[in-house]
Design a protein around this ligand. Structure first.
Ligand code: ATP
Ligand code: ZN
Length: 488
């Protein structure tokens, strides 16, 4: 089945076909650097990280660009509140972005362009818009004349006549109203205000509007037409609508083939947002929850559906991750049990097909996860057979294969155990070709430990237990004095 994805532009699921075969150019609107990012923002970054990873898994070379808005009214306001400068505020929250997103195992973008580093590209674009009569200057500001662009509204499905520039709390302030020819026009360039950072330009000193930066950054980093442009649903209007108007008016080409928008994380039925104040910072959440549990929480819903932010749902995700993580760690047990056979590297095609089928259907991660939970269940069962029943007839190679498949698919969703030492036990192949200690060697060590205990040499007894533990061998001292052991 081909990859089908829902395109906001056409309002239907479409077959994914990149402009250049085998290559994907993808742009995601990033943070405005004036605060730590909240879990709603994190959903967008996690989900598009998964889209990217899945495209890579399907063999595409993905070039991934995500911007930082480092000049904005909100940043300036924050700088005043923190008695700092715009640059310092942006630097601080960009550094924090990397800390938090690294913990969430979000792959780093190929480039992180910033508005303040793209001033040339922005001015060039505004100049071209002006030449083509899509833009007009007014008292040091420059506005986009939306009525000049007949397709305005095609992404959001809004009609120009009943449009309110309402989304994202980024409505141009009243003082601009008398400079605009039409209330729906939006600012491309804003005249400098006293004490605010500004750049020289043909229209006087000033700074760029929000929407133009993304149009310029896409063009500078990825070219005139890209494959995927993504962000949260609130960005559909006005931000992405305006990006289309700016870019397509100049290039005459579609800015992006596919427009992907994620649903919100809601708090009590309302969009979590910085402006509304009903948010939970990702870094605060990660003080109590495993970052992978949060990824799981996000992936348990299809990415366009809303998610309610509740502690019950997070606790359930934490439990779910525990199950997956344990199954992942059994890999060490299967390695210890017998040498890794070459067949184990062959992935289990049936599970992969079901996983791919789910992901090909507009990234249906809940179904994809159900495949992973089934694999985890099989791995748990296999492990119990080995440990409790000392069962030797179980198909170890098959379990190894399952584990290998499981690990590979988890990675496609960015679910990985990051702390060192928790996945792989330090087990080395010995000269008999098996891995780790042989049964005979283990029995000998257990006998030595028994003797140490009998002569009350507890230090030696503990040393032997620890040595075995380091090899992945667990000892169980039974009431009858017999010591049983198992690997793992
Ligand atoms: N509650 C949410 N759920 C899912 N995605 C969100 C949510 N809030 C914001 N996003 C997305 O996060 C990304 C960063 O957005 P941005 O920095 O503008 O944050 P914001 O919280 O929406 O700001 P504000 O609340 O001030 O409007 C965007 O793609 C945006 O659509
Ligand atoms: Zn953008």
């Amino acid at each position: 089945m081909p990859l089908m994805l829902y395109n906001t532009l056409t309002r239907r699921k479409e077959r994914f076909e990149p402009i250049e075969p085998g290559k994907v150019r993808m742009y995601v609107c990033g943070i405005t650097a004036y605060n730590y990012f909240h879990v709603g923002n994190a959903r967008a970054f996690v989900i598009f990280d998964v889209v990217r990873r899945y495209l890579m898994w399907r063999g595409y070379a993905v070039r991934y660009v995500q911007n930082f808005t480092d000049i904005d009214d909100k940043i300036l306001k924050r700088a005043i509140a923190e008695n700092s400068t715009m640059e310092q505020i942006a630097e601080k929250y960009i550094a924090a972005y990397f800390e938090d997103s690294d913990r969430l195992n979000i792959l780093r973008a190929d480039v992180y362009p910033r508005a303040t580093h793209t001033i040339d590209g922005i001015q060039r674009l505004i100049h071209e818009l002006e030449q083509r009569h899509y833009a007009y200057a007014a008292n040091g500001d420059v506005y986009y004349a939306v009525r000049q662009f007949p397709e305005y509204g095609k992404l959001s499905g809004r009609q120009l006549d009943d449009m309110q520039a309402g989304a994202s709390g980024r409505v141009d302030v009243e003082e601009d109203a008398d400079k605009k020819k039409d209330p729906a026009d939006f600012a491309l360039w804003k005249a400098a205000k006293p004490g605010e950072p500004s750049w020289e330009s043909p229209w006087g000193a000033g700074r760029p509007g929000w929407h133009i930066e993304c149009s310029a950054m896409v063009r500078d980093e990825l070219g005139e037409s890209i494959d995927i442009h993504a962000g949260g649903m609130d960005l559909t209007f006005p931000h992405h609508e305006n990006e289309i108007a700016q870019s397509e008016a100049v290039t005459g080409k579609p800015l992006a083939r596919y427009w992907l928008h994620n649903g919100f994380i809601n708090m009590d039925g309302e969009k979590m947002s910085k402006s509304l104040g009903n948010f939970r910072l990702t870094r605060d959440l990660l003080a109590n929850y495993d970052p992978m549990a949060f990824r799981l929480f996000v992936l348990q819903a299809q990415y366009r559906k809303p998610i309610d932010f509740t502690s019950d749902a997070l606790d359930a995700a934490e439990n779910g991750w525990k199950t997956l993580k344990e199954a992942l760690q059994f890999g060490a047990l299967f390695v210890a049990l017998t040498a890794w056979s070459p067949e184990a590297d062959v992935l289990e095609q049936e599970a992969i097909d079901r996983f791919n089928e789910a992901m090909d259907d507009d990234f249906n991660t809940p179904i994809a996860l159900s495949v992973l939970f089934e694999l985890a269940k099989d791995l748990h069962r296999g492990r119990n057979l080995i440990i409790h029943d000392q069962e030797r007839e179980i198909p170890v190679t098959q379990l190894q294969q399952k584990w290998h498949t499981f690990e590979a698919l988890l990675k496609v969703l960015g679910l990985e155990v990051k702390e060192p030492g928790t996945v792989e036990l330090p087990i080395e192949a010995n000269d008999t070709g098996t891995v780790g200690l042989t049964d005979g060697e283990i029995e000998t060590l257990i006998q030595q430990r028994k003797e140490a205990r009998q002569s009350k040499n507890w230090a030696e007894s503990d040393r032997i237990r620890n040595e075995l533990q380091a090899q992945g061998i667990t000892l169980i001292d039974q009431k009858d004095g017999v010591t049983r052991w198992h690997r793992g």
